[in-house]
Design a protein around this ligand. Structure first.
Ligand SMILES: [Mg+2]
Length: 155
C-alpha cells in the first residue's frame, strides 16, 4: 500500500502574481520577488502544510507537478523556493520544452508513468487550481482502476 500525492505549483502552493501576458509563465519574471513563508504572504499556507504532511507520511510519494517549462533557471528557482519553504518534494516535474501538448495531457502522462512504474501505488491524491488537470489525471487513473481523490484549489 502506497500513495502518490501530487501538488501543482502556481496558484496552488504559491499565489503567483497574475501575468500581464500568458507567455510570462514561461519566464521567471513573476517569481523574482518571492521569499520564504513568513516574509512572503503569497504562500498558500494550508496547502503548503498539507504538502509537508504528505512528505512526512510513511508510504507516500509526494511530487510537485507544474506546467512551467523545464529549463535550468526555472527548475533551480522552483526547487529552491520549495526547499526553503520546507517542502523538499520526492520529485520535481516541470514540462519538458520538447513536449508540445496541453498541460492537462502532460500531467496525466507524468502521473500515469509513475503509477505504471510502481504497482504498489494504490491511490492518488492531487491538488490543483485548474479543473481540467484534475479531470485528465482522474480519467487516466480510472482507466487503471486506481482511486484518485482530487482537490480543486480555490484561487
Ligand atoms: Mg496552477
Amino acid at each position: 500500500m502506497k500513495q502518490l500525492h501530487v501538488y501543482d505549483f502556481d496558484k496552488t502552493l504559491y499565489d503567483t502574481p497574475a501575468p500581464k501576458q500568458p507567455a510570462e509563465w514561461l519566464y521567471l519574471k513573476n517569481l523574482e520577488q518571492a521569499g520564504p513563508p513568513g516574509f512572503d504572504a503569497r504562500w498558500k499556507l494550508p496547502y503548503l502544510l498539507e504538502a509537508r504532511r504528505s512528505l512526512q507520511s510513511i508510504g507516500v510519494v509526494t511530487i510537485l507537478l507544474t506546467g512551467r517549462p523545464d529549463y535550468k533557471a526555472m527548475r533551480d528557482k522552483i526547487t529552491s523556493m520549495l526547499r526553503n519553504a520546507g517542502a523538499d518534494f520526492n520529485g520535481f516535474y516541470l514540462k519538458p520544452l520538447s513536449m508540445n501538448c496541453p498541460v492537462q495531457e502532460y500531467k496525466a502522462k507524468v502521473v500515469s508513468a509513475i503509477v505504471d512504474d510502481d504497482p504498489l501505488i494504490d491511490k492518488v491524491i492531487m491538488y490543483d487550481d485548474y479543473a481540467p488537470n484534475l479531470e485528465a489525471v482522474k480519467a487516466a487513473m480510472a482507466y487503471r482502476n486506481i482511486p484518485c481523490e482530487t482537490h480543486l484549489v480555490k484561487v
